[in-house]
Design a protein around this ligand. Sequence first.
Ligand code: DGY
Length: 422
Amino acid sequence: MSVTIGAAREILRGNDRGGYTVPTAALYPYQWNWDSAFVAMGWITFDEPRAWRELERLLEGQWADGMVPHIVFHAPADTYFPGPDVWRTGHSVPTSGITQPAVLATSVRRCLDAATDRAGAEARAAAIYPRLVAYHRWWAAARDPGGTGLVGMLHPWESGMDNSPAWDVPFARVSPTPTTPIRRKDTGHVDAGMRPTDDFYRRVIALIDLYASLGWDPSRMWAETPFKVADVALNAILHRAERDLLALAQRFGDPAERGEIADRLHRSRAAIGGLWRASDGIFQPVDLSTGERIPVATSAGFLPLYAGIGDGTVASALAATLHRWKALAPYGVPSTAPDHPGFEPKRYWRGPVWAIVNWMIADGFAAAGETGAANAIRDDTATLVRRHGFAEYFDPTTGDGLGGGSFTWTAAIALAWNLLEE
Ligand code: DGY
């Protein structure tokens, strides 16, 4: 397969299901939240109305309390588990009951800045803006009810980095489901060695069963969950999105909204800064059920720079960490430190490289003036995609493309990041 701009556009068109883009055929047959935020950044490079449509269709699934679900089940499909019958959220547009990293406001701002149809973009962004305000208020109310400045995730799928070794200890507190049958479809599409284990599925479904029994009420979920983690990526991505929302609020909002966003930014900047672990040269998450630090280094730990958090000392320590990792695994950035015992180079979020994460990490290094690290990550990503195509993820030791093929967000970020040629 040729890996060109034209080929990347073909992936997006081929995965278009009518205003929303599936991540890849069969393996993921619905619309995913953070996927679509990145995918709109790809669409905007060659089809502006289609980029706005992607975001609007995602927001068709938004709940009345502001939550934007991690999956919108626009049309029935029998190639994915767990489907809407397992989630039982009871919404007229069927959705899952949890969210995903809040890339959305960042995507809207980027699409607005990139658009050549200025009037069209202003109108579409203005209509979306109140939905973003509601979404960010939901994050604060539902996922940080104590106002600490750190949001907690209540399900590993909310991190987007589903089976990261960082969740192994807190997730062990979730008892596997005794009732709901596990009817995995993913391992019929992709080698089981590249996917989470059956034990992981029994526990993720147990959490879904618990939350369904609580009527998906955020305060009951917060009080009763056995799994509550302040993830670095989730918080850094939300902080960056709050900054982008503040920029949108200058155009579309009022002083009260701007003040509210600025207050949240003030709190989260200090709290995310507190996740820095100088002895390990990386930011690390906190288990909110115990208050303990989770001493696992993952690619999430670089992302505060993408949020504009971390001074020059922190940025150069993170660049040194990156170089250490690259000496062990040549293609950066592995999702888990290559010297961690939980590192598995082919298994989903336990080791492989993800192009969208690379884009965020490189963006952070560039903003912090660590140009060498930013360029190294961009070069690695370009090499991986050009040699191995638009794979879902890549082996950091060999570069091999893994998981689903013809993958939308890999193609989209290659377009947005300008990694390809005609
Ligand atoms: C999956 O099914 O693997 C998804 O990542 C869940 O969001």
